[in-house]
Design a protein around this ligand. Structure first.
Ligand SMILES: C[S@@+](CC[C@H](N)C(=O)[O-])C[C@H]1O[C@@H](n2cnc3c(N)ncnc32)[C@H](O)[C@@H]1O
Length: 280
């Protein structure tokens, strides 16, 4: 299927934003969808891109992607329930439509992405009064951290981003967030090591598409190692998908607990940062 309208020209990693958008929309079109995302459905219809030819139309992939997204939505919704005027910083936001799924009418949202992705987002999803889009490298905290209002609570989200970054950059990004956002949290996802190896060898591909290299990967049972990025990372929590459909929905909870699958799966993790301590 190819929508009308805007014809995006994104390459490699920025193009992955079209992959995630497509799979959210694919799932959201179903009557028994596990994710309600009308904005994604409408957006796909507006974009002139051969989504199905390039990415396929796998219902399993759509559901898996939607369940991963739902983990992030849950974390953001919980944060906004505690901190209704908080700021959600979305690193590598691409064409995510999370704002339209979970905004509470009071929060502030900052999207940070590479210039070509932000340009497309601005055209297709113009920001509302409480949304801001910033063209910057997410790993360069000097470029975006000062744009965040420190008087309000902050949740940083890195959904579908870190796997594309060199491991040293992932570590310094986590450390930078922990040190600059005391009392804040970071929610991130990671592909397991076997998947990262295959992607980096160019072996995750379909008919028309090859997944870009994924230099950073982490098995789910390695999540505690993320603490070593900074002493300011004070808690690490696994976020598990819930509410799947059909056989996949029945097998997922099992896969979360039975080794070796339990550790060799895509994982979503929350890192909490220490509150600011007294000045030295
Ligand atoms: C897989 S997409 C994820 C998009 C969105 N978060 C989602 O889940 O639908 C990866 C996104 O990360 C962005 N990206 C990659 N490297 C980046 C970097 N160094 N800084 C900011 N954004 C980056 C890409 O442009 C793309 O929009």
């Amino acid at each position: 299927m190819s929508g009308g309208g805007e014809r995006p020209e994104l390459e490699q990693v920025p193009e992955t934003a079209l992959w995630t958008l497509w799979h959210r929309a694919l799932e959201a079109r179903r009557p028994d969808a596990v994710l309600h995302d009308p904005e994604a459905v409408e957006l796909v219809d507006r974009i002139d891109f051969p989504f199905a030819e390039r990415f396929g139309a796998s219902g399993v992939q759509g559901q898996l992607q939607a369940l991963r997204v739902a983990c992030f939505d849950r974390e953001v919704a919980d944060f906004l329930a505690r901190e209704p005027r908080g700021t959600v910083v979305c690193l590598g936001d691409g064409l995510e439509t999370q704002y339209w799924r979970v905004d509470n009418g009071r929060a502030h949202w900052l999207s940070v992405d590479l210039p070509e992705s932000v340009a497309l987002r601005e055209k297709l999803l113009p920001p509302g009064p409480r949304q801001r889009y910033l063209a910057a490298d997410a790993t360069d905290l000097d470029a975006w951290a000062d744009e965040v209002d420190r008087d309000q609570a902050v949740l940083i989200s890195a959904q579908g981003l870190l796997m594309y970054l060199p491991p040293a950059r992932v570590r310094s990004l986590i450390a930078g967030c922990a040190e600059r956002f005391p009392g804040g949290s970071l929610v991130l996802d990671a592909v397991p090591r076997w998947f990262g190896r295959l992607a980096s060898a160019g072996r995750i591909r379909g008919r028309g598409y090859q997944v870009p290299p994924m230099p950073w990967a982490m098995d789910a049972d390695e999540r505690d190692k993320l603490r070593t990025a900074s002493p300011a990372v004070v808690a690490v929590r696994d976020v598990r998908p819930t509410g799947g459909r059909g056989l996949l929905g029945a097998l997922l909870p099992l896969a979360m607990t039975v080794p070796p699958l339990a550790s060799r799966r895509l994982s979503v993790t929350v890192l909490d940062f220490a509150e600011r301590t007294g000045q030295a």
